[in-house]
Design a protein around this ligand. Sequence first.
Ligand code: ATP
Ligand code: MG
Ligand code: MG
Length: 400
Amino acid sequence: MSPKPVIGLLGGGQLGRMLCQAAAPLDVEIAILDAENAPAKQVNHNNRNINGSYKDAEKIKELASHCSVLSVETEHVDTTVLEEIATTTKVAVCPSWKTIRLIQDKYEQKAYLASKGIPVAESVAIEGSGDAMLASLKAVSAKFGYPWMLKARKDSYDGRGNMKISGEADLEHAVAEFGKFSCYAEKFVPFQCELSVLVIRTEDDDGQTKRLLPYPAVETVHEDNICSRVYLPPRTTPASACEQAQKVAGDVVDKLWGRGIFAVEMFVTQDNQILVNEIAPRPHNSGHLFIEAVPYMSQYKAQLTSILDQTLPPKIEPYVASSIMINILGGANPDSHLPLVEKAKSMYGDKMAVYVHLYGKESKPSRKIGHITVTGLVASIAELEEFAKPLVDMASDIRQ
Ligand code: ATP
Ligand code: MG
Ligand code: MG
């Protein structure tokens, strides 16, 4: 093993790619387990990368054999092998396999948070398939009223495991579509907006929280269940609700295990109460704008610094007054997004800047293939929104 720490990463998509981009100037080495030419591998050539699936236990063990720390860019990984590595070798698994295992099952995640006094929407497990499932869905409808959310407990992202149940007419369809999954039901939250707070967590040798360092709350906008934009600061949420969101996110991450960065997705109800939606135990789409907004500690640098147990800053403070992140999603044609990219590359404003990030991914409809961050040194979020409007409109048009 080389004396320099090597981080092994399960998954080499855009999050891994941006982690590698943060690691390069710090001379931190990353070894990626994913398919050949995955987005992260395109910017991180070395002889430690492994070609294969990050779900393959043997490949994970091979990766661990030449790393000092293992981390993940997705929670959909095999935690049995991570537990084995953490308990039988000197390789640190960050975050802990316990956190990843808990989070993998969204119903268990919600039940755990509720048991710790964290505010969440009420959830009920759905039993059986076929007629038994239909009976279970009818019972939930009677209990919650319409609408409510049917969610797959595992393996969902970008809303792919979610279905809004708006009336009795949806139930048969729900059984046909979701009968093959283990599911749960969640009360629908008629939120005024969604917030996300990133929190860096470090811990003592005995696993107790050492530091919890929150980022400022950002507003996330989801369309068709996929995050389309992020706003810093949130456009209309009162500062008191944003502070409460930071506090709740800190309470959530305090109850987890391991070092690293965590994102806590939350709903703000009509009366400004915070309800936790879900946790991501890794860098997150809602935190991309901190690459430019907090240049001394992007969420990727925070991930490296915390998992290597190096010195974190006293606080996380934006260097800009406002920022907006716009996801570039694939459109109907492979080049539908190109005019948006060209427009973004051509825009300059008065103390306002536009940054394009493309991920080296093939374009497919609704696939996250890049993002644009807009920052305002002194502009208010409303002024920056006005400046960014052509980009927001073009990004929306691609989705039509
Ligand atoms: P991600 O890509 O964030 O992992 P996911 O597939 O895990 O997404 P969720 O976070 O459960 O999906 O839901 C996606 C979006 O659907 C939420 O951000 C929110 O906009 C909406 N949503 C989810 N649950 C509810 C709810 N209980 N009430 C109202 N809207 C909801
Ligand atoms: Mg999720
Ligand atoms: Mg989510």
